[in-house]
Design a protein around this ligand. Structure first.
Ligand SMILES: NC(=O)C1=CN([C@@H]2O[C@H](COP(=O)(O)OP(=O)(O)OC[C@H]3O[C@@H](n4cnc5c(N)ncnc54)[C@H](O)[C@@H]3O)[C@@H](O)[C@H]2O)C=CC1
Ligand SMILES: O=C(O)CCC(=O)C(=O)O
Ligand SMILES: [Mg+2]
Length: 366
């Protein structure tokens, strides 16, 4: 069974891991090194992946990256060869580190390769971690919650058609099977991480059948986890509560679209998308990717992206591989640089580059 764990480290710094919980996905190891698929992705992907590669190299991390340049910046609806190669590599290695792939917002564009990958690998649970970071000034303090988002169906089913030229029907699919497994994942996650409450997020007052099924299925699992409190909240209220009283949240379990919206709110609360780590994980595969899944095309190639989200995602990956000591070291160094606030990328009000921020992490590792 997979494991996605979020523990507090001895130093109190955010500590993430994905091991031991629900399923332990296998991984590929040749000799003394783990082989991991690296898909840097579009936008700021190359720069933030470079940060990880630099840190891993300097720290002699026993991970060999099999790098595949998949891009969503292609025209037409054909799946590019690189996408297929990336998928094959992930199937082979079981574990991946991935940036975000661009999806055109036009009717004739191709489907989202991010979503396709998640479906093809059945990495059904998206986990994103939102925790106040010492040194990063935010309006709301003491935030510490997790969004567990169903990653394969719901509003992201991609099933749209036009019964007449002026009408679009877009199907949101909610199944008991997927609601139950994401619900179980959330409860298991809560148990493994000494968390107390699971909140099912829904809009069952309007989508009585679809969201009703999700809500009731998740809540029904509560009897199997007597030590965990279970409640539910309508997504609009949850969004309002998230910006006004985010400290009340512990583990939120959501259908697909509400998950991405609450993850983006969460990122805004803790200092931005450049800080939030995450993973998409299933029974057989684990793909670590920044927690609120931004492409950052507007700052592509400018060397200004904050690599923290990608670096902390790689820290989660190291824990998944059982390399806890290395994970702790890199995580501590990253949080230290953030706390000292001497070297900052523009998203945090600084003027430093991605490269300089990465160098600062390396200095802390020494
Ligand atoms: N447009 C697309 O191709 C895709 C969109 N999405 C989803 O749609 C939502 C919106 O996407 P977009 O409008 O494309 O957002 P975006 O990628 O343009 O990001 C929003 C803003 O956050 C900034 N940002 C993101 N990561 C950063 C980092 N590490 N350091 C510094 N600044 C950073 C970007 O520069 C940008 O100004 C996302 O939250 C995501 O969930 C997801 C995958 C692909
Ligand atoms: O892949 C995309 O274009 C959108 C996916 C998305 O919103 C997400 O992964 O959060
Ligand atoms: Mg999103």
């Amino acid at each position: 069974m997979l494991g996605s764990i979020y523990r507090k480290s001895v130093t109190g710094a955010a500590r993430t891991t994905v091991r031991g919980m629900h399923f332990k996905t296998p991984n590929t190891k040749y000799g003394s090194k783990y082989t991991v698929t690296l898909i840097p992705g579009d936008g700021i992907g190359k720069e933030t992946a470079e940060a990880v590669k630099t840190i891993f190299k300097a720290d002699n991390v026993p991970v060999e990256f099999e790098e595949i340049d998949v891009t969503g910046e292609v025209s037409g609806s054909e799946l590019p060869a690189e996408y297929q190669e990336g998928l094959r590599s992930l199937r082979r290695n079981k574990v991946g580190l991935k940036g975000i792939l661009y999806t055109p917002v036009v009717r004739t564009g191709h489907p989202s390769f991010n979503v396709l990958l998640r479906k093809e690998l059945d990495i059904f649970a998206s986990v994103s971690l939102f925790k106040s970071i010492p040194g990063v000034q935010t309006r709301q303090k003491d935030i510490d919650f997790v969004v567990v988002r169903e990653n394969t169906e719901g509003e992201y089913s991609g099933l749209e058609h036009m019964p007449t030229p002026d009408v679009v029907e877009s199907l949101k699919i909610i199944t008991e099977y997927n609601s139950e497994r994401i619900g179980r994942f959330a409860f298991d996650f809560a148990v493994m991480n000494q968390r107390n409450r699971v909140t099912a997020i829904h809009k069952a007052n309007i989508m009585k059948q679809a969201d009703g099924l999700f809500r009731n299925t998740v809540k029904g699992l509560g009897t199997d986890y007597p030590q965990i409190e279970v409640n539910d909240m309508i997504v609009d209220n949850a969004s309002m509560q998230a910006v006004s009283h985010p400290q009340q949240f512990d583990v939120l379990v959501t259908p697909n679209l509400y998950g991405t919206i609450l993850s983006n709110i969460g990122a805004g609360l803790v200092g931005g998308p450049g800080l939030v780590p995450g993973v998409s994980i299933g029974r057989d595969y684990a793909v670590f990717e920044p927690g609120c899944r931004h492409v950052g095309l507007d700052i592509k190639g400018k060397n200004t992206a904050n690599p923290t989200a990608m670096v902390l995602s790689s820290v989660m990956m190291l824990r998944h591989l059982g390399l806890d000591e290395t994970a702790d070291r890199i995580s501590k160094a990253t949080y230290k640089v953030l706390e000292q606030a001497q070297v900052r990328t523009p998203d945090l009000g600084g003027t430093n580059t991605t490269t300089e921020f990465t160098k600062a992490i390396l200095n802390e590792l020494d």
